[in-house]
Design a protein around this ligand. Sequence first.
Ligand SMILES: *Cc1c(COP(=O)(O)O)cnc(C)c1O
Length: 389
Amino acid sequence: MSDHYTFETKLLHNKHKYDPATGAVSVPIQHASTYHQENIDSFGKYDYSRSLNPTREAVEEVIAELEDGTKGFAFASGMAAISTAFLLLSQGDHVVITEDVYGGTYRMVTTVLNRFGIEHTFVDMTDLEAVEKAIQPNTKVLYVETPSNPTLKVTDIQAVSALAKKHHAWTFVDNTFLTPALQKPLNLGADIVLHSATKFLSGHSDVVAGLAVVKDAELAEQLGYLQNSFGAVLGVQDCWLLLRGIKTLHVRMKHSSGSAFTIANYLNNHPQIKKVYYPGFEDHPQYKIQKEQASSPGAVFSFELHTEEAMRTFVSNVELPVFAVSLGAVESILSYPAKMSHAAMGPIARQERGITDALLRLSVGLENPEDLIKDFDQALKKTAELQII
Ligand SMILES: *Cc1c(COP(=O)(O)O)cnc(C)c1O
């Protein structure tokens, strides 16, 4: 319906702009778990809400359109979406997976899927030679997360998808960090896009949700079958909150990524900061790829202080961001990957990935960036004082 409009307009003016039954300018929350059937021989479109529910269907159609896919699926969490997608695999299959994958996905692959005979190899996905070397005859999935968490490495989605196709494997891309507002992996050759919709898509730190989107009809059929079989579907209240969050996705991503650029540059020039990981810097190793495949470097970056003690002083003095797990909200969120998102990873695996004990991750919210800089400035002054004493 809305193919010729731009992304931001499509967020508002799509098939679910109003309810055709009443004209209501908000998708109705349909609580019914079951649906009356008119006769014994032909059932209606809806029969039981795990299989299909009108409110969930609305958010699934909206995300499918935004990702330029054909079919969307809503799950009870990002991990439910990711885990259900992994159910496409069978015993004896193999996954090539990015080494700095989200902690929960790492846990799923290394401690759960392995018990079902699904093997994996971690690789640096930015090294295409290493990716190809890791592919085995039984490889079914190349699993990408870009930019990666928390060191913001950028994977060339088009190149990895081409490799996957050559070896008859699927490409899964976790698009949580950028959302379709900034990056559309299906258009770059990916087979499944996965989201923790808990983050930017919902955007207000008040929903746990997951989404998957595909383009291919046969794959859509298989994933739909698994969504219904496994049953980790998103509840209707949360579907509604997610639909509401998505309406402001564009303005939120625009403001937050603009601020992230300003703040990352400020930190990069600060003597108390050892290193900033941000794909918006021209000297970022994959700056060019990021620029080609996404319309912005996004609103999340990481930075390392000189010592763990300095990091602790900074965190205890900073006032504005909430100090919490998660990202992608209206309020800025500061997190400590070593003990939060990557706690499921052992200390050696963390060190190998650059997730040091002095590394912090910032998800920039909708505050005025100058206020955030002012706040960071006073906290970094305390850090500097500590070193003089
Ligand atoms: C949060 C997150 C997940 C997991 O999503 P949940 O909604 O917490 O289950 C997966 N991938 C990335 C990149 C995330 O940030």
